[in-house]
Design a protein around this ligand. Sequence first.
Ligand code: PRX
Length: 629
Amino acid sequence: MNYAEFYNHSVSNPQAFWENEARLIDWQQPFSQALDYSRPPFTKWFVGGKTNLCHNAVDRWIGTQADQPALIAISTETGTEKVYSFTELLAEVNRAAAVMQSLGVAKGDRVLIYMPMVAEAAFAMLACARIGAIHSVVFGGFASNSLATRIDDAKPKLIFSADAGSRAGKIVEYKPLLDEAINLARHKPSHVLLVNRGLAPMKLLADRDLDYSALRQQHFDANVPLVWLDSGDPSYVLYTSGTTGKPKGVQRDVGGYAVALASSMKHIFCGNPGETYFATSDIGWVVGHSYIVYGPLIAGMATIMYEGLPVRPDAGVWWGIVEKYKVTRMFSAPTAVRVLKKHPPELMKKYDLSSLKALYLAGEPLDETTSEWIASQLGVPVIDNYWQTETGWPILSVAKGIEDTPTRLGSPGIPMPGYKVKIINETTGALCGPNEKGVVVLEGPLPPGCMQTIYGDDERFVNTYWSDVGNAQVYSTFDWGIRDADGYYFILGRTDDVINVAGHRLGTREIEESISSHPNVSEVAVVGVEDKIKGQAAIAFVIPRNAETAATPQAKLALEAEIMAVVDKQLGAVARPSRVYFVTLLPKTRSGKLLRRSIQAICEGRDPGDLTTIEDPLSLQQIKAALAG
Ligand code: PRX
């Protein structure tokens, strides 16, 4: 079959198409109806079916590859490396599940996971999946306020955490941030389980805080029965940034997600049981959920969890891992490749990379130079893929498992199975013609694996993402895009106030709210500005309450440092603006709306666009002057 036939079948008869794909996973009870779209835009996949993500990722492989590697945990920060076979992984998951059960965690309870890239984080996720608890992993780079907001929204019974992580040889303590977050939050978890890596001293709070290793020992031989879940039961909630300061809890199901991952692993990532997959992301992001933990394991592959930088001890470190573990498929982000490009290519050439079949890149636009450079270094196809936390797996890419579709530089590719991708005019909703810029939308029903709703807020899910266009209900990706005459799509950045720094999705509103909490900040605007390495960098323009405090270069530097420290403390260094500039006026419309796009354009040396509604054109002069120093 060629790809066009395969794809057309997926959208013309989704029931039959996904019924067939559903055979890629194990079901404890078969489903009676592949798709229920009777209450659009809510989509129910595999109604009546019962399955379990942990079973499909772990237990299922015991019969055929019990002793083969399942999880390879490597930390170049602590100098540790450990390979867990499927049998060992199952034993660890059973221990974690038993510990959670002993603390009263049951089906439907939320468990918040705030962990560095250690094997225990994957055990915790899989243990939740095993017993039907809903995990919510919070990226370890987020600090106490970000964490507190998520604690209050998810209301976890249990928090799974650790003493510390390590980054570039520096210990990053987790426990103090967690303690502060719990103090800030209204909701209090019953227990906090702590993995002690021996990196930082921890003060355990009596009755609340528990040492994981002691409890693990008590449940060493545990055998926790799988809790078979309805296909539509929630598996996890993963928070992501949007237009407002309040992150959205993207809720995913069990059956649809398992099938989507199995299907994408087969057709897009072409992974086979017994091979090794290496995704360099973090479990705190969606790539970590789908393609570090669940996807590769569901495909029977070994998966690598890596704690460390791509260039430490040197820029050959990833390629040494590829050689040692015979990695066949690797997944990373353009930023990481741009960082590697600055280092001597000999470091890469030192290793035997003959096992590697393809490199997949996602999370931010892949520029042509970066793509061509890494392809020539590795001598394997570089496959761009475009998707979102909300969709859980690629919307656009090429499915080499079906047909050797050529890739096109600068384009993430063509729609993947089940995705009805359209480009529409932002105001009229009319379909755009070839090469005409519009908003990238998806026509419902969304394929399996995509978000079910915003956790606890169906209304916000519908209002945020869905609108009626013509006689179809469409989901907005909030990305600009074009489709060329041959059907290849190009992504041109966000339509909303979300920015993308080094592949990390951040909300400018969240950063603005944090900066505003500094007592000397009267007003602030944060924009994402083009950056050669990170794709975008966050830049803040601040009106200080007391102009005197930013009158001299030294005073400006001091206030800039203070503001950065506030963001570090509240949101985490990941959200810290790379520069803070001071002005006395911000560009706004006469109705008071910040003209972020004009600010961004000036920062990037472009024309600020339509300024007919601007309140005071002098404000733009101020931005220019501030940038000029
Ligand atoms: O703007 C798009 C950009 O990243 C956003 C989604 O980020 P996140 O929810 O963190 O999920 C990342 C999953 C890989 C998108 O709305 N984006 C993602 N992939 C690409 C991209 N932009 C251009 N090209 C891509 N391949």
